[in-house]
Design a protein around this ligand. Sequence first.
Ligand SMILES: Nc1ncnc2c1ncn2[C@@H]1O[C@H](COP(=O)(O)OP(=O)(O)OP(=O)(O)O)[C@@H](O)[C@H]1O
Ligand code: NI
Length: 286
Amino acid sequence: MKTENNKHINRQKDRLLLEVKHLSIAFPQFLKGFQQTQIQVISDFEMTIKPGEVVAVIGASGAGKSLLADAILGILPKTATVGGKINYRGKLLSSPRQKSLRGKEIALIPQSVKALNPLIKVGKQVRDVIPAYQNKKELQEEAFYKLGLSPEISGRFPHQLSGGMARRVLIATAMLSKARLVIADEPTPGLDECLRNEVISDLSKLVNDGERSVMLITHDINAALKIADRIVVVKNGKTIETAPNEAFRKDGKELQHAYTRALWQALPENWSNVRQDLKGFKSSII
Ligand SMILES: Nc1ncnc2c1ncn2[C@@H]1O[C@H](COP(=O)(O)OP(=O)(O)OP(=O)(O)O)[C@@H](O)[C@H]1O
Ligand code: NI
């Protein structure tokens, strides 16, 4: 009986929550006069997320990370031409489905904390995502406690919070929502290292029950490696490589793509590894 149950759980884990296949996005670009051309900002982008997984999407500014999030949520500008397909829980994520799942099963933690309503106290904003039949007050207080927000913060307005606190209020909202997929777009801008680590560890709390998956969009490889199971590396709108967390170690030899290795080796803490490696390389050719 037990093995049957385990098999069932394994099957659940193997199923994909999200599957992005050959995604392409282009925008019209106006040339001289009435001439117009398409500029391809994403092409042949691939990624998957399993239930309970944290997958980070890393890439330089302009690589197409936020557009990917917008494509999943169905909030791309009307001018965009989109190709490929996105499946969610095994079925095509069509635009009516995106509309009905957005903010419910699929939630975005936006880059800007301005997403909080400036006129409503934050505790109420968090309680508002909890269904009426549940004990809203208790759940909100519990989430604040888990995220290290002291109880009196719930009575404050957004402008009375620091950036880090406001970010945690947004995370509390995602934690209490019914979302199975939470997309966090650059959740740590402008935070010092200590706060950055806290916010990242808060994000990992979202998946603790194993039912929710997180897609973490960031420039910051170190932040990504703290919590992600897999890392999708994007360059110029293309998936360059999808690597397991464990591949990012020492000199990065296990990484497939030179671009990913260069990103990894560029981190100051890896300079000594790289130098070690170069020494070995030199001695092997001398
Ligand atoms: N509405 C639009 N019309 C035309 N081009 C766009 C539009 N939105 C985004 N782009 C272009 O698409 C590319 C990818 O943008 P995107 O915002 O996804 O990058 P990003 O990886 O999220 O960057 P950042 O890390 O700076 O947030 C950029 O070159 C951008 O100029
Ligand atoms: Ni972005």
